[in-house]
Design a protein around this ligand. Structure first.
Ligand SMILES: Nc1ncnc2c1ncn2[C@@H]1O[C@H](COP(=O)(O)OP(=O)(O)OP(=O)(O)O)[C@@H](O)[C@H]1O
Ligand SMILES: [Mg+2]
Length: 409
């Protein structure tokens, strides 16, 4: 039942407090009340302030005001009389070192009264320059991370949009494939069961199978071509050629189509040679698509299609202008978009609506540009720009065997 066996706590020697202050991992300084001269500084305070460090330097010849920087800098406020006046902790304070440079500190201020004398001013501080710098770098990094994250989100959104468009495209093309296929199968069945009424009707059915088959082939060729360009697997043979004889020849192939569509064709070539870099086969594909569109979408009395060739910037520009219905501004973006067809895909008599997206990619792969201007009710102008100088890797510049043979085809 007895009380605890309490041993008296041994009192600490005065030297203990001295050691404590010396070894503290904060800078500690004491200033006399009048004159504010330093009467004590611990080791760390001297180290931070660039004062002589060894023992015996605890009373450096230093006035408090020497710690006040001349002017503030950065986001920190300067150590000053105002901070000293108030007891407590002040953060991010710029303190001046002996040599004039400064550092950022958290500063504690206390007034201590010993032996009934005037209160001594105690200043304690911790150098936080390094942490501040880290913090600043961290903020910058955080900003960068935020930005990268936002970019990632945007990319993700685009991918999803792309994916959706791709699904839509596949659905549309599959529909396009299925319709003629179903017609072919049905017609073949009629032929097989001999359900036709006359030899003429049989011929008609055979012809229809042939036509639908051609349409399917064209469609599949377009899709394959397109996949090839996208995968960068299409071969190019680009040569420096005068484009004038090429265009004359290509345009001649459209005389019939123009006549049938009651469209007048004309071409205006420059007097001087118009050399530029292109792949004859690919230009043929592009030019044919642009001109056939110009005739096809030009169903009005006295329709015209005009081809103008002239130098433009660093290109030879082939402008194909029609007097057709034009393309409304909100649909212009869709013309070159592989996943959107301007009209209803089922309305296309032939082709997939991939003609333009393919053409654009072909021209760009040759270092050129394909653009358009259009006004509803007035007409549309397509610009095929072919580069005058070499702008691609050297490997693309080579000759295609038997190119003019292909051109005639
Ligand atoms: N000269 C033009 N005038 C008006 N509309 C045009 C013209 N050229 C193209 N377009 C519009 O742009 C769409 C895309 O053209 P594109 O050549 O890719 O398809 P298409 O001609 O319908 O089919 P394809 O070329 O595959 O046979 C066309 O369906 C049409 O709506
Ligand atoms: Mg077309």
């Amino acid at each position: 039942m007895g009380g605890r066996d309490e041993k008296p706590v041994p009192s600490l020697p005065p030297s203990f407090f001295e050691i404590l202050a010396q070894e503290a991992i904060m800078g500690i300084m004491a200033f006399e009340p009048v004159g504010r001269r330093c009467i004590y500084s611990n080791a760390l305070a001297r180290e931070i302030l660039d004062l002589p460090i060894g023992a015996g330097h605890e009373r450096p010849s230093l006035a408090l005001s020497e710690l006040f920087p001349d002017e503030p800098r950065g986001g920190s406020r300067a150590f000053s009389e105002e901070i000293v006046r108030r007891e407590g902790l002040a953060q991010d304070v710029l303190v001046r070192k002996r040599q004039g440079s400064s550092f950022i500190a958290d500063v504690g201020v206390r007034y201590i009264r010993a032996d009934g004398r005037e209160p001594l001013l105690l200043v304690m501080f911790r150098d936080v320059t390094f942490q501040k710098k880290l913090q600043r770098e961290l903020t910058v990094k955080q900003g960068e991370i935020h930005k990268a994250y936002a970019e990632l989100l945007e990319q993700n959104r685009q991918l999803r949009e792309f994916d959706h468009a791709k699904d839509k495209f596949i659905a549309l093309t599959t529909h396009e494939l299925r319709t003629p296929l179903a017609a072919i199968v049905a017609t073949a069945e009629v032929l097989d069961l001999k359900l036709y009424e006359s030899p003429e009707q049989m011929d008609e059915f055979i012809k229809s199978i042939h036509e639908q088959g051609l349409h399917l082939m064209e469609l599949i060729n377009d899709v394959l071509d397109f996949a090839k360009i996208r995968a960068g697997k299409m071969d190019f043979y680009i040569e420096r050629t005068d484009v004038r004889p090429v265009l004359t020849r290509l345009l001649d192939n459209f005389r019939n189509m123009a006549e049938q569509g009651r469209v007048t064709l004309s071409m205006n070539l420059p007097g001087a040679e118009a050399f530029c870099y292109f792949d004859l086969m690919r230009l043929k594909e592009v030019f044919n698509n642009v001109v056939s569109n110009a005739i096809k979408y030009n169903k009005k009395e006295g329709g015209e299609v005009r081809v103008d060739v002239a130098p433009f910037e660093s290109y030879v520009r082939i402008a194909v202008a029609d007097t057709g219905q034009g393309i409304p501004p909100e649909k212009i973006g869709h013309v070159f978009n592989e996943f959107e067809t301007v009209g209803n895909i089922a309305r296309h008599h032939k082709g997939t609506g991939l003609g333009m997206p393919i053409s654009k990619r072909l021209v760009e792969a040759m270092g050129g540009r394909l653009t358009l201007e259009s006004e509803v009710g007035v007409g549309t102008k397509f610009f095929i720009d072919l580069p005058v100088d070499k702008v691609l890797d050297e490997e693309f510049y080579r000759s295609r065997p038997d190119a003019w043979g292909d051109l005639a085809a």
